[in-house]
Design a binder for this molecule. Structure first.
Ligand code: SAM
Length: 219
């Protein structure tokens, strides 16, 4: 999606993707990553996700990257977290305790900083990107991450003929095709969503699956 699409979403408060509670798949499956306390977790395309608060509460450093300054400011003010701010090249960095969010374009994020991450938490990142942008996202993740880093992916799958994204459908085959060369992949979750949200039904969707994967170093 073009940057303007997301800026307009934030300006007009059209935030159907935002969850008012910590993501269930994150809480259920995060222990499977077996990360040490103090590990750095990259949260690409983080929005104002409360999952960063949860990650910090687990003893991690949460390193978010988000295009919209509205989202970043909302995250810290809604969670009543006082911030310090600094400009670093193309990014405005906001920090509070163990959480920092770099406001700018993920595709310009410093590879050296990406390499400090022990893990990536992807909810609403891959599925936010259309098919022409998604391979570049996967390529950057693979090129910049440490070979030891792990990922938790929380994705959705549906018949893309019924509805246009975002969110886009990202299949298991896609995950294997784009990450299988660098990561060992295990599917953790695959469940039909029983109560499809109205915002999807109204767009013509009849069914959707909720999936999750853990990606780790290849042995
Ligand atoms: C579908 S939302 C998901 C937000 C968050 N992960 C969540 O689960 O609530 C996608 C987010 O990615 C941001 N975004 C889109 N393109 C981006 C880019 N190139 N760099 C950084 N952030 C981007 C948007 O502003 C939006 O907040």
């Amino acid at each position: 999606m073009e940057h303007n699409f997301w800026h307009e979403r934030w300006q007009s408060n059209q935030l159907g993707f935002h969850q008012d509670a910590t993501n269930q798949r994150l809480m259920t499956y995060w222990p499977r990553l077996e990360l040490a306390a103090g590990s750095t977790v990259l949260v690409p395309l983080c929005g104002k996700s409360l999952d960063m608060v949860w990650l910090a509460a687990q003893g991690h450093k949460a390193l978010g990257i988000e295009l919209s300054q509205i989202a970043v400011d909302a995250f810290f003010s809604e969670n009543q977290l006082p911030t310090t701010k600094e400009t670093v090249r193309d990014f405005e960095v906001s920090r509070s305790g163990a959480i920092e969010i770099w406001c700018g374009d993920f595709f310009k994020f410093d590879p050296a900083l990406m390499a400090t991450a022990d893990a990536v938490y992807d909810r609403g990142s891959l599925v936010a990107l259309p098919t022409d942008m998604r391979p570049d996202y996967c390529a950057k993740i693979k090129a910049d991450l440490s070979p030891k880093a792990k990922q938790l992916l929380a994705l959705i799958e549906y018949n893309q003929n019924e509805m246009q994204g975002p969110p886009f459908s990202v299949s298991k085959e896609y995950v294997i095709e784009h990450y299988g060369d660098c990561f060992a992949i295990e599917q953790l979750h695959d469940e039909q969503i029983s109560e499809l949200p109205d915002r999807f039904r109204e767009r013509g969707l009849t069914a959707m699956r909720d999936t999750a994967y853990i990606l780790g170093p290849k042995s």
